[in-house]
Ligand binder design. Structure first.
Ligand code: G4P
Ligand code: NA
Ligand code: NA
Length: 189
């Protein structure tokens, strides 16, 4: 997606440890016009796939997910990282965060992830894929089915993309970062 790649090269910044900071248009301040274009591209890439619900994980996945849900007029549900006291019929799983080097739990109500649901999962970053893996686990626990996973940015120098594709998941990433070595952003053509 050319528009996104150009924006990453223009406004993205490298941080030590292979971190790409995109705070000015995705992770802190958001650009809704770009986010709409991102959602249009997800819709195009998953056209022909049969899904009835969009799922993501808080916080940064919510913006692209709701744009996709809006365009397709489908419900959007997000997995939560803090367990609300009032959640009914909770499903939960544990995710290991590499960046924070600790385990955290993610949960979702079975009320909003049902057997027979066909899920398109959307998130901002694919790095190690642990968050995505945790969401896949929630989908399995619910008896729902994963149709595909769309990421705004995939870092191909981390193993998440390979892991998911090896499991047979249809993965679509709109910008693939091949390297951030020497603070130079290299994006796949
Ligand atoms: P994983 O989900 O792929 O396993 O990733 P990891 O544990 O390594 O990353 C944890 C968090 O860091 C995730 O967001 C993920 O989206 C984000 N992340 C990973 N690599 C990058 C990067 O290069 N740049 C930026 N900006 N974020 C990155 P999160 O903490 O779950 O939070 P949220 O932002 O969605 O609330
Ligand atoms: Na995220
Ligand atoms: Na993030």
């Amino acid at each position: 997606m050319e528009l996104l790649k150009r924006r990453i090269l223009q406004d993205g910044r490298c941080f030590p440890g292979g971190i790409l900071k995109v705070d000015s248009f995705i992770n802190h301040q958001m650009d809704p016009i770009l986010m709409k274009s991102i959602a249009v591209e997800f819709v195009r890439r998953f056209a022909g796939q049969d899904f009835n619900k969009v799922m993501t994980i808080e916080a940064s996945g919510i913006a692209p997910a709701i744009m996709v849900g809006y365009l397709l007029e489908l419900p959007v549900v997000f997995a939560k990282k803090k367990q609300p006291k009032t959640m009914e019929n909770m499903l939960s799983t544990t995710v290991h965060s590499f960046t924070k080097d600790r385990e955290y739990s993610v949960c979702i109500s079975h009320d909003f992830l049902n057997p027979g649901d066909r899920i398109l999962f959307i998130d901002d970053f694919l790095a190690n894929g642990n968050a995505a893996q945790g969401c896949m686990d929630l989908i399995v626990q619910a008896g729902a089915e994963l149709v595909g996973m769309g990421f705004i940015i995939e870092k191909s120098f981390q193993p998440g993309g390979k892991r998911l594709r090896e499991k047979g998941v249809k993965v679509e990433s709109l910008a693939i970062i091949e390297s951030l070595d020497n603070c130079k952003i290299q994006i796949r053509d």
